[in-house]
Design a protein around this ligand. Structure first.
Ligand code: ZN
Length: 313
């Protein structure tokens, strides 16, 4: 049995996979806000509950916002800042009495979709989270690429490429340079243009209207301003993905997170990215996820190979 845990800012989700990757148990609990010790205890309780109810012991993989720094062994790059600087893997290993595997949540998403999801069978997959944050993970021949610095696929904090200026009626200008300030301390990160909050902010700059990203997407069929905001979003996503195609050249790009539900993306973005990809033809497929929000927790379970299989991250 393989247990997967998705540690989010507001909830902890746990699943147990049986033979063949079938889900046999699932539970959610709130994340103790700002409380590292409480978070370790909550995870431990959930794993113990799964094993007690199922009557067997499992491997444990966990997806986190951020990653374990290979240099220090401590969590870095987490937007749930109470985790930063803690050895979460070692603390959980002590609490649960077994080795633990930890990966970034976007890496877990990519691994899940590449293993038996929307990218199953593809030689290379780039998995992308477009949600409150923007992240990514790379999988080649079924193996997660974590990288020597454990930041492989972290495109959200690269700058938006080929920046441009947008002009609106009334003389308003939306210049992508230097771009909005990011929580990482730099300006113009891809995340500051492609996250849900970024879409809402962009719409406000263009129109003066305060709307949530979900409301903008819902209004795009009837309101021209909302439709234009989505056009800018497609343009930016195409440019940002083009740089990934130029480096990694994935067979499939799978989108996850709330904005992956915007249906127009899958037709509109590939129409635009050819302009930026250094190739005569672009065969890369851009697809919605198979497991959606469940991919984070499934991918965490997949960090351990199924007993008897050769799949290792
Ligand atoms: Zn940033």
């Amino acid at each position: 049995m393989r247990i997967g845990i998705d540690l989010g800012g507001t909830k902890i989700e746990v699943i147990a996979l049986g033979e063949g990757g079938h889900e046999i148990w699932r539970r959610r609990a709130p994340t103790p806000a700002g409380d590292y010790r409480g978070t370790v205890q909550q995870i431990t309780k959930l794993v113990e509950a799964a094993e007690k109810e199922l009557g067997r012991r499992g491997t444990v993989g966990i997806g986190i916002p951020g990653t374990i720094s290979p240099a220090t062994g401590l969590i870095k790059n987490a937007n749930s800042v109470c985790l930063i600087g803690h050895p979460l893997d070692r603390d959980l290993e002590t609490a649960l009495g077994r080795p633990i595997r930890i990966a970034n949540d976007a890496d877990c998403f990519a691994l899940s979709e590449a293993t038996d999801g929307a990218g199953a069978g593809a030689p290379s997959v780039f998995g992308v989270i477009l949600g409150t944050g923007v992240g990514g993970g790379l999988v080649a021949r079924g193996q997660l690429i974590q990288g020597v610095n454990a930041v492989a696929g972290e495109w959200g904090h690269n700058p938006l490429p080929w920046p441009r200026e947008w002009r609106f009626a009334g003389g308003r200008i939306n210049d992508e340079r230097p771009g909005p300030l990011c929580y990482c301390g730099r300006h113009g990160c891809i995340e500051t243009f492609l996250s849900g909050p970024a879409l809402a902010r962009d719409h406000q700059v263009a129109t003066g209207l305060e709307m949530s990203s979900a409301d903008i997407v819902a209004a795009a069929g009837t309101q021209p301003e909302a439709a234009e905001t989505l056009q800018r979003y497609y343009d930016r996503l195409a440019r940002a993905l083009a740089t990934v195609i130029n480096i990694f050249d994935p067979t499939v790009i799978v989108l996850g997170g709330g904005l992956s539900q915007v249906k127009g993306i899958y037709a509109e973005v590939p129409k635009r990215w050819s302009e930026w990809v250094f190739s005569d033809e672009v065969a890369t497929r851009l697809v919605p996820p198979k497991y959606g929000d469940s991919s984070g927790v499934r991918g965490a379970a997949w960090l351990w190979p199924e007993a008897g299989s050769a799949n290792r991250p």
